[in-house]
Ligand binder design. Structure first.
Ligand code: ATP
Ligand code: LTN
Length: 334
């Protein structure tokens, strides 16, 4: 607990450009959580280098991601938004927890298997121990809740196992975190293959709407989105393309799926697709303006980064000191 509130922790990697899926499925839903929880949202740049990054564009992308958190509505005073690599406690606890994690456990991680297959030229140890660092992220802040998508649930499970193992040896050191499954965010599928989720690492850029896409690009991508046989605008399992567009329309306008179906009853794709694009642009345009404003004010962004890094360090170091003591490291003379 911090300030009588339970702690909630999440973050995104600074790999690739964020998509509408990341926004509607995660970011948008984070915005109001600080009313109930003490929230930490990291830019997970340590995790990002498990895949090779080009330094100049990586530096820019990580800073842009933090600015995008703010532009999407995360208040940097009410939430702690910070860079993982600025808080060295993450790397330190990662090492310690690595000594409490079994290779057998890591061998079962499906994300490692997927990523190793995808990046067969660079199967590095960081990719393998990725879940240990994620456990360190979560446990450092004594987090109660972690909003994660289905693909990260296995990592949350191993985090709980590591924490319970550590507590069983040393007493109550870590809060055991739980998944946060509050208001369900929309699941957005690829515009080119609605059986796949929209993803920032998709090779086909037409499948994803990026948060930084300009209005014309959004219109073009929506127009090109694959649809299904028949011309009816109806939500159904046998119409994955149209259902996905309806889901996007509903999430962007706040209208229910039923309301949206009624609105387009008897109308064709010629009217529906531009309306979807317009709804998406109504979300993206103000976000772009805010993003530019934040990035241009370097002094403002730097001061936010400093304050939030400081806050993250304070809580992280508190836990790390406790862990060091429990494990039996010698005191650092002051
Ligand atoms: P990558 O392609 O690099 O694996 P990604 O786009 O799948 O990335 P993640 O970084 O894995 O995204 O996820 C960040 C957050 O966004 C997670 O909380 C995840 O659940 C959410 N998210 C990602 N894609 C979608 C989607 N298509 N629909 C809804 N939520 C999504
Ligand atoms: N692995 C996550 C990003 C991530 C994270 C975390 C999420 C790193 N550390 C701690 C929640 C809590 C991803 O790729 N979505």
């Amino acid at each position: 607990m911090i300030n009588d509130k339970k702690v909630l922790y999440s973050g995104m990697q600074a790999t690739g450009n964020l998509t509408l899926g990341n926004y509607l499925g995660a970011l948008k839903n984070w915005v109001s959580l600080n009313e109930e929880y003490e929230c930490f949202f990291g830019v997970m740049d340590l995790h990002s280098i498990t895949i090779r990054q080009e330094p100049a564009s990586f530096r820019k992308r990580a800073r842009n991601l933090l600015a995008l958190y703010i532009a999407a509505g995360l208040d940097p005073v009410k939430n702690c938004i910070y860079f993982q690599s600025h808080v060295s406690a993450h790397a330190e606890l990662n090492w310690i927890l690595g000594c409490f994690t079994y290779m057998g456990e890591l061998n079962r991680m499906t994300q490692f298997k997927d990523k190793a297959a995808k990046h067969s030229d660079n199967i590095n140890a960081g990719l393998y121990t990725y879940p240990v660092l994620m456990a360190a992220d979560i446990l450092l802040y004594q987090s109660d809740y972690v909003p994660v998508g289905r693909d990260q649930q296995q990592h949350l499970e191993i985090t709980r196992d590591i924490a319970q193992r550590f507590n069983a040896i040393y007493g109550d050191v870590f809060t055991i975190p739980e998944g946060y499954y509050g208001k369900r965010g929309a699941k957005v599928m690829s515009l080119q293959d609605p059986s796949k989720k929209m993803s920032k690492s998709d090779e086909n850029p037409n499948g994803s709407i990026y948060l930084m896409d300009d209005a014309d690009t959004v219109v073009r991508k929506c127009k090109r989105a694959v649809t299904d046989s028949g011309s009816e605008i109806r939500y159904s399992e046998d119409k994955p393309g149209v259902s996905n567009l309806l889901e996007i329309y509903s999430a962007c306008t706040g209208k229910s799926i039923e309301e949206a179906e009624k609105e387009f009853d008897g109308k064709g794709y010629g009217e529906f697709k531009p309306a979807v694009a317009e709804a998406v642009n109504a979300i993206l345009e103000p976000m772009h303006k805010e993003f530019e404003r934040i990035l241009q004010d370097k002094g403002y962004l730097d001061s936010i980064i400093k304050e939030n890094d400081e806050k993250a360090r304070y809580f992280a170091n508190k836990t790390l000191r406790k862990v060091r003591k429990k494990v039996g490291f010698t005191d650092i003379p002051r």
